[in-house]
Design a protein around this ligand. Structure first.
Ligand SMILES: Nc1ncnc2c1ncn2[C@@H]1O[C@H](COP(=O)(O)OP(=O)(O)OP(=O)(O)O)[C@@H](O)[C@H]1O
Ligand SMILES: [Mg+2]
Length: 464
């Protein structure tokens, strides 16, 4: 690792010298300056990683040097060296942004510790700022691609939401339509962006865990609660929490959530005192919550409370105008990632992706393009590079011959792939009619649908 460079500005040679010796021993590269002028020249020439500055210097005062350093780069920790009776100056220096001060006579070991801590904390600060900037960029509103009226409406809505600081948002849409993307964009475009963004998927966790994840618990709240746990709402104070798949939240937890939204305060599980936090709640669901309410699985009052601002993202098949735009965007993205130079889609491939119904929405399109870019070695994505279900309806040269032969290829073939192929072929032959396709494979319609769901052709919860 590169040595940290320290600058010591002190006119008392003995001080500068002992400090230099100690810091050099501790692995610093040290420069010294005896007066303000040479200190400022040295800083301008070669920015140090840390500076020790005596408040009393023969020419320019230490405070002036501090201002100079901060003006040039506020990331450099400045440690003031003060004599007895200069407490006021030390206080002024701290107010102006000095990292710390040490008083003469000082303990050299302590000084070395302060110096290392200062460098480490500035490094961590820089890293955090860098990560935050990156997060903001990757999750900016510009990362939401599409030119259909529907997507433009969503973008307009986001712009309005980010102006108001606290409103609750409900994002509805099928799986893969971009609910997560929109949720994050709302957080990172809002004034809350410097505070945490936390998300929780209510489906992925066992029901009872959701509540303690959100609200936290006190030590001893239940058998396994060996220590206090801070929940997401507390951790995200000042920021936003995305409650993903809220349709799967237990009724009991829904009640507690509703109370929290209304009062902005809650109790940890097993806790007695109220905790007040300020978070924006962004809820997302791919379920039809109205349906869930009818079936008694979702609280109606919570639904209306969440829905202060609703965003509905249409499935991709209902905004066909976005398909080619998104495809182009993903081609560029994966070209970069895999160092390819694929120019675009052949007209047949375009036709195929335009007429496909995209049950997995944008996520599926993204995966299809990624796969095609990996397979394609020349200029254009051809229909051969697309999965069979996407191509359905557009004849591929020689495809019929290959797929209807039941000869096992030399290297073998996964049975699942054969099954998938045959299912799609049967559907094609039957012109999409499931009963006729089932007959062609000697299956009941129910068994056909079961298999179509298994291969992802139909959504798992698709009904007739
Ligand atoms: N309009 C869009 N522009 C660019 N990328 C998009 C768009 N919509 C979705 N994506 C991408 O598609 C993928 C799926 O999106 P996301 O995870 O936001 O969907 P989701 O609605 O949350 O899905 P699920 O219901 O399965 O959680 C992500 O990689 C996302 O970046
Ligand atoms: Mg999601």
């Amino acid at each position: 690792m590169k040595k940290a460079r320290a600058l010591i500005v002190d006119d008392e040679n003995i001080i500068a010298w002992t400090l230099q010796e100690k810091l050099t021993k501790e692995g610093f590269e040290v420069k010294t300056a005896e007066n303000g002028e040479s200190a400022i020249n040295s800083i301008r020439e070669d920015m140090p990683d840390i500076a020790f500055v005596d408040v009393f210097l023969p020419d320019i005062g230490g405070i002036q040097i501090l201002k100079e350093i901060i003006g040039l780069n506020e990331d450099i920790p400045v440690i003031m060296i003060t004599g007895s009776g200069s407490v006021d100056t030390a206080v002024t220096a701290m107010k102006l942004g000095a990292y710390d001060y040490i008083s003469k006579p000082f303990n050299l070991t302590e000084v070395a510790i302060i110096a290392k801590k200062a460098i480490e904390s500035k490094r961590v600060n820089r890293e955090v700022t860098w990560r935050l900037e990156k997060e903001k960029k990757t999750h900016s509103i510009d990362s939401i691609i599409g030119e259909s009226k529907e997507i433009k409406d969503v973008l307009d809505m986001i712009q309005k939401i980010v102006q108001s600081d606290a409103t609750t948002v409900l994002i509805e849409g099928e799986s893969g339509t971009g609910k997560d993307l929109v949720g994050r964009a709302i957080h990172y475009a809002s004034r809350r962006s410097a505070r945490p963004f936390m998300d929780i998927n209510c489906t992925a966790l066992p029901d009872t865990l959701v509540e303690s994840e959100l609200f936290g618990y006190e030590k001893g709240a239940f058998t396994d609660a060996k220590a206090k746990k801070i929940g997401l709402f507390e951790l995200a104070d000042g920021g936003s929490v995305l409650l993903d798949e809220i349709g799967d939240m237990l009724l009991m937890t829904q009640t507690k959530l509703l109370k929290f939204i209304e009062n902005k305060r809650f109790k940890r599980v097993g806790g007695a005192s109220d905790i007040e936090v300020d978070v924006r709640i962004i809820a997302a669901t791919n379920k039809n919550l109205k349906e869930e309410i009818k079936n008694g699985r979702f609280r109606e009052d919570l639904y209306y409370r969440l829905r202060v601002i609703p965003i509905f993202i249409l499935p991709l098949r209902a905004r066909k105008g976005d398909i080619l735009i998104l495809a182009k965007y993903f081609i560029d993205k994966f070209n970069q990632e895999f160092r390819k130079d694929v120019k675009g889609l052949s007209s047949k491939a375009e036709q195929a992706i335009l007429s496909y119904h995209w049950p997995g929405n944008v996520r599926e399109l993204k995966n299809v393009i990624e796969r095609a870019i990996i397979l394609e070695s020349k200029d254009e994505i051809l229909i051969e590079h697309l999965p069979i279900e996407v191509v359905e309806g557009v004849p591929v040269k020689g495809e019929e011959q290959q797929q209807s032969s039941f000869v096992l290829p030399e290297g073998g073939v996964p049975l699942e792939e054969v099954e998938k192929n045959l299912l799609i072929q049967a559907l094609k032959k039957a012109g999409g009619n499931q009963s006729r396709a089932a007959k062609l494979l000697s299956l009941s319609r129910y068994a056909l649908r079961y298999r179509l769901k298994k291969i992802g052709y139909l959504k798992a919860d698709a009904t007739d």
